[in-house]
Design a protein around this ligand. Sequence first.
Ligand SMILES: [Zn+2]
Length: 458
Amino acid sequence: MRLPIADCRLPIGRSCLLLLLIAVSITFVPPGQIAHAAPTVREFTLGFSGQGRPIQVVRVGDGPRKLVVVGDTHGAPEANTYQLVIELIGYFRAHPDAVPPGVRLYLIPSLNPDGLALGTRFDGESIDLNRNMNTDLDSCTENDWSLTVQGARGIVSDTGGPYPDSQTESRIIRAFLLDAAGAIFIHSNAGMVFPAFCEYAPSITMAQIYASGAGYAYHRYWPNYNITGGMSDWAGSMGIAAITPELVTGNSSEYEQNLAGLQAVLAGAETILPLPEDGAVEGVAVPAAIYRYWRALGGRERFGPPLESARTAADGVTQVFTNVVLQLRGDQADTPYYVQPAPTGRGAAESLAFGGAAARTPGDPASAPVFFPETGHGIKEAFLDFWRRGGGVDVFGLPISEEFTGRASDGQTRMMQYFERAVLTYNAGDGTVRLEPLGMRQYMLEALMLPVAPQTVR
Ligand SMILES: [Zn+2]
């Protein structure tokens, strides 16, 4: 089954919810399997590449430990890893019982369908997707993101991307792994298995077990050069057990070996794959997936600390931070929108918080390099740069006003703009953009209006 969810970039609308509910409720029972005994098998589209090609996933099982196998990050030259994951999917469709009850296994044949189609290692914008992640979050500096990278055969090139997580595919995998326990990024063809660079025991254990199961060499480090912006390193920094198996050849799927490696990991899943751990910020507990989102997208500097404990409601978990209200939404599980900021910017715009009466003026498509007919407003200059680098529409939503001169929370008169999930403010003094404290604003409004239902932002 293939279902487009591209229309769900802002999964607030009912049609998107409906599509997603259909996507997760259709279950495939392979021939010969007994429905009530076998783990469920589902195929769905995780998202779309930069050039609009679907990134497919097959999910097997329903256990708490999410293990994700990612094939073909490096496109056409590593097409044998695509072939391998296709063959693994065939195996687990026929033998869903091979996934133990504690695990749910996800198999992504190609994270880089553009590179596969275009005959290149890079994505459709000539960026190396395994050099584009924000690997500055761990305690190691050698693997920090860099525009200039080393690649296959040690070739140096400026293919790390304009900034960390700049590529659509990078942001999709970043979001999809927020609740993962383990991730296996398959490449070719150096013939070895190695764990995430920075010290992290679960990655090391998983790499050793996979290597021994597959009959591949185990190396503690990629021996050839420092990989910057690598997916495995990013995942490791999030507390995910993360490894890179490199096939020995460039043209064979090496199916038997890798099936054995994967089976060895599955057999030891209870000990190899640690469940995602809750975080603590200033003594306040933060649920695991929300904590990873908060860290991965900017942490305290961007979002501020939590103002209270997380609240659980029927539709998910919500936690208020100074600048954002983060929601973990059960109805968005298995999509890149599992964790998302609440649309607090809408309420601020409706009540013209911070001033901004002129903000309701319709925008002129010719006045901004990026214009959204959906809302009739564009983004430009410093706000556009901040919006893009910070995660774009998924994090801040669409612009719902023009720029306006308002009274910022620091009492100063500044250039501002309303977005669905944020209000941006420009500091002309140092050229920086920051988020207005909409989490704090909601917190105060709710305090004034008590008693109040937990979800009042919409
Ligand atoms: Zn590769």
